[in-house]
Write a protein that binds this ligand. Structure first.
Ligand code: SF4
Length: 62
């Protein structure tokens, strides 16, 4: 599974980083960055949850 963050939508709330700091981080610009675009299988469920909970719908899983 792969995950991306749409930089144009992200507002830096940090929900994703709180849920899964192994995959998401907040960059120096205050917005989310994906540290691990190829999501390890053990984090797939929580990454899907982060995508569903992102207030800006900025996270896409495929
Ligand atoms: S939860 Fe969504 S808007 Fe908030 S930092 Fe993560 S990707 Fe950005």
């Amino acid at each position: 599974m792969k995950v991306t963050v749409d930089d144009d939508r992200c507002r830096g709330h940090g929900v994703c980083c709180s849920l899964c700091p192994e995959v998401f981080d907040i960059g120096d610009d205050g917005y989310a960055v994906v540290e691990t675009p190829d999501v390890p299988v053990e984090f797939e469920d929580v990454v899907r949850s982060a995508a569903g909970m992102c207030p800006e719908r900025a996270i896409t899983v495929s």
